[in-house]
Design a protein around this ligand. Structure first.
Ligand code: ZN
Length: 332
């Protein structure tokens, strides 16, 4: 630790061209003022790692990896602070930059960022993102007690819908807690968790996406509409024990990925003690016509709650627990 105090880390970080350094390990593409590439700290197929030369750090929206130049070099080369800074300093100031040896060691994954409820006087972050602007829609996730826990924000990226989470937390105990554009730590919460906790006998109506959950709540006022952050790719990261002892109705988006997502959730719910799991077949509309591909309750414009309830009841059936004998689905 003595070595750490002898080194001016701010000056050393500032002397390093972060894009050039990270670029030695991962191909980077310019993305506005930042650069994007496949993350070096988790396996992925589409780039979540953003290198911001202006801010002087890289951040991965997938795994939460977050480093300045020195931290990146330590993590990517699996070096301690002393060894990393010695290597970086030996090469600095020579005009040709530092010499980074070929990677020989295994990558060391940083511990995941912890997330938790923010203090009352810091309940909401500034959700402006340079490359995306301000969000066009924001949904609050709450603690069971009703306070803010984090936000899911939708941005319009040149006509393309882009979702980002904003959570409060820290990368290590030494790191001051702060808002950051990044996921909830796992296991992740459910939308409308405060209402779920406050009404322990109400049925839960689970849909995909916060916008759809809000629409579902309007059409099914006696149920508690809920969803989970991160969409179909993040089902295995959710704390499904939150629905232990509950009756749950699953309403998939009207397409194959939507149905598969709910099938997987049904299995998780059974595993985690839900007392009843039903699914609604969303393949057809009230008039019997086929639902448009990907249709969901946010598209049910002009429906009344009476219509919606009749439609759902006619199309509901029980998801039998995996170990139970098949039986004829009871009328809903
Ligand atoms: Zn990552």
């Amino acid at each position: 630790m003595a070595a750490k105090q002898e080194i001016d880390t701010a000056a050393l970080n500032a002397s390093i061209d972060l894009v050039e350094l990270v670029g030695r390990y991962a191909p980077l593409q310019k993305d506005g003022k930042d650069y994007k590439g496949l993350c070096l700290f988790h396996t992925e197929k589409s780039p979540s790692m953003t290198v911001s030369p202006e801010k002087g750090f890289l951040h991965c929206f997938g795994c939460g990896a977050h480093h300045d130049a020195i931290g990146f070099f330590m993590a990517v080369e699996n070096l301690d602070f002393k060894a990393a800074t010695a290597k970086l300093l030996n090469g600095s100031g020579t005009g040709s930059g530092y010499v980074v040896p070929q990677r020989t060691t295994k990558l060391k994954r940083p511990p995941p960022r912890k997330t938790f409820a923010p203090p009352a006087d810091n309940a909401k972050p500034d959700m402006h993102i340079k490359a995306l602007g301000d969000p066009v829609a924001v949904w609050m996730y709450r603690t069971a007690e009703g306070g803010p826990l984090g936000y899911v924000a939708r941005y319009d990226d040149d006509g393309k819908k882009t979702i980002r989470c904003w959570t409060f937390g820290q990368h290590s105990d030494q790191d001051p807690p702060a808002w950051e554009c990044g996921h909830f730590a796992t296991p992740r919460p459910l939308y409308n968790l405060d209402r779920i906790a406050a009404n322990t006998t109400a049925k839960i109506l689970l849909v995909e996406g916060e916008k759809t959950a809000d629409a579902a709540q309007q059409l099914f006022p006696s149920l508690i509409a809920s969803t989970w952050p991160g969409g179909a790719m993040a089902i295995d990261r959710v704390d499904w024990t939150l629905l232990k002892g509950r009756k749950v109705v699953l309403m998939p988006d009207a397409d194959e990925p939507g149905r598969q997502a709910m099938d997987r959730i049904a299995a998780y719910l059974h595993e985690n003690g839900a007392v009843e799991v039903k699914g609604v077949d969303t393949e057809t509309q009230p008039d019997g016509s086929l639902s448009p591909e990907g249709w969901d309750l946010a598209d049910a414009v002009g429906w009344t709650p009476e219509q919606a309830i009749k439609w759902a009841v006619e199309r509901a059936s029980v998801y039998p627990p995996p170990e139970s004998k098949p039986e004829t689905p009871p009328a809903a």
